[in-house]
Ligand binder design. Structure first.
Ligand code: GLC
Length: 525
């Protein structure tokens, strides 16, 4: 059950650290930075796809599901990284992308050939009007889920870029091949796998082709295999769906161990601007209970656009208005910006959101660079603007690479408010009051409070919509989290004296919260 109390940290390999001086981050580069990650206090690294890829979709278009991208290193480098991670008592998960492959994958190349015996590995059609109720996800670039293939003389089905044909899960050979991919990475030593785009495995006429019973049946099969053949490994669902549909990915505790809490994420941002926590409360109330052997993954940002697919039209319009004033900030149905720029570089907002994130039911997922408040560049292609090189120092190349920065695969942030000279790890490690040291302290306090991972959760109505309140408790511990989303001070009455678990300050009848502040309170010993 290690995943129930772990803090996860998401890493874009190409952008983390370049150990070879070619301008591209690599696997040994991650190994070289493990001391930093251990110092920061994260428990489990999530490595974004490092597989061979034509890079149409940031590596989520995979041309060899059991290979390593040459620029990133070798399979031995991956093994070495895992050995070093485990030696530190840390863990790592990887992505498995099995809904689709790259169109350059040998499976697709074989399937499209006329008369191919493996044609059926992908989803083909003579007409482009099948499964018409399925939405298009990448609306900025795709107008259909069907693409004509000249060689095959047929249309093929794709939920994402046209260069990412969907595998046909109705074919038992595909299902077995996918199980072997899962086995491959678990055999290498990963502690778990993030199942990318898992709602879309099957398609059926007259449905939206998401969350189908067949999909859940396959996930159960996969879980049974993982449980039978491995110990302590996890499956994490990437299912961007409304609450009842996300919860379905836990099954009865026999599907995924974890699933991202997509529904609550946008409400955290709405609450800030509205100075009202009601939307968070509503999202949490709408979230069904999950089996005891499962856990949410909670997050503020990741490598994708901040998705607004599942919010109401009104909330989406509000989010765009507040957080995407420049239309170029929009991407698909979401916003391609990083955390700190979204928050207008406001540290009190950053701290407030982390105080909530780290105490909500779930295990927190941090996105690389957000711990130092890195900026973004929404003018870059696709979502590259939130995948720029990690800013290790103010030196040329940001301490990321010794190569000439003009050779970097994604350019450094040049915005004066966020450029490496202004925002970097080295300076912030040296300054006690830095954002980085603040995040590190918060992670340390959280680590001492396993109740935030495994305890019960109960909303507490404090009679003020601006103040979010909830209890996290178990047999040993009782805590109260209060978060003031108003910009003005609030006072919260207490039923008994409580102590601030961070500062040690004692509050007798009430806790005084300045604007945009939170407190984690515990019983007086
Ligand atoms: C997931 C990934 C995203 C990718 C998509 C298609 O949503 O997070 O980056 O574009 O799957 O593979």
């Amino acid at each position: 059950m290690w995943f129930q109390t772990a803090t996860f940290y998401e890493i874009s390999i190409h952008a983390f650290y370049d150990s070879t001086g070619d301008g591209i981050g690599d696997i040994p580069g991650v190994t070289a930075k493990l001391d930093y990650l251990e110092w920061l206090g994260v428990d489990c690294l999530w490595l974004l796809p490092f597989y061979p890829s034509p890079m149409v979709d940031g590596g989520y278009d995979v041309s060899d599901l059991t290979g390593v991208r040459e620029e990133f290193g070798t399979l031995d480098d991956v093994k070495e990284l895992l050995t070093e991670i485990h030696a530190r008592g840390m863990r790592a998960i990887a992505d498995v992308i099995v809904n689709h492959t790259s169109d350059q994958h040998p499976w697709f190349q074989a399937a499209r050939r006329p008369g191919s015996a493996t044609r059926d590995w992908y989803v083909w059609s003579d007409a482009s009007d099948r499964y018409a109720d399925s939405r298009v996800i990448f609306i900025d670039t795709q107008d259909s889920n069907w693409e004509w293939d000249e060689t095959a003389g047929a249309y093929y089905w794709h939920r994402f870029y046209a260069e990412q044909p969907d595998l046909n899960f109705d074919n038992p050979d595909v299902r077995e091949a996918v199980k072997d991919v899962v086995r491959f990475w678990l055999d290498i030593g990963f502690d778990g796998l993030r199942l990318d785009a898992i709602p879309y495995l099957y398609e059926r006429e007259g449905t939206i082709s998401e969350n189908l019973p067949e999909t859940h049946a396959f996930i159960k099969e996969l879980r049974a295999m993982v449980d039978a053949e491995y110990r302590d490994r996890i499956m994490l669902a990437e299912a961007n769906q409304p609450p009842p549909d996300v919860v379905a990915y836990f099954g009865d505790g026999d599907e995924c161990h974890m699933a991202y809490h997509f529904p609550v994420m946008p409400t955290l941002y709405m609450a800030l601007k509205r100075e009202d926590a009601s939307d968070i409360v509503k999202a949490l109330e709408a979230t069904p209970a999950i089996p005891p052997n499962c856990q949410w993954g909670v997050f503020l940002r990741n490598h994708d656009e901040l998705t607004l697919e599942m919010v109401t039209d009104e909330d989406r319009a509000y989010m765009y208005q507040e957080y995407a004033p420049d239309p170029a900030m929009k991407k698909n149905v979401g916003i391609r910006r990083r955390l700190m720029p979204l928050l207008g570089n406001d540290r009190s907002w950053f701290e407030l959101l982390h105080g909530v994130l780290l105490s909500l039911p779930g295990s927190p997922f941090l996105y690389y660079g957000d711990e130092i408040g890195m900026g973004d560049n929404y003018l870059l292609n696709d979502r590259d603007g939130v995948r720029t090189p990690m800013q290790w120092s103010g030196n040329p190349g940001a301490g990321f690479s010794t190569a000439d920065p003009s050779r970097f695969s994604v350019p450094l942030i040049a915005d004066p408010a966020y450029e490496p000279g202004k925002v970097n790890v080295a300076d912030q490690q040296a300054s006690r009051s830095s954002l980085l040291n603040w995040v590190r302290s918060l992670l340390a306090v959280r680590r001492s409070l396993p109740v935030f991972g495994t305890g019960s959760f109960e909303l507490v109505d404090l009679g003020d919509p601006a103040v979010l309140g909830y209890r996290r408790f178990d047999r040993q511990t009782d805590t109260l989290v209060v978060a003031n989303f108003s910009s003005s001070p609030r006072s919260v009455e207490l039923e008994h004296p409580m102590v601030d678990l961070w500062s040690g300050r004692l509050w007798n009848d009430a806790v005084e919260l300045p604007g945009c502040e939170f407190a984690w309170l515990g019983m007086v010993p």
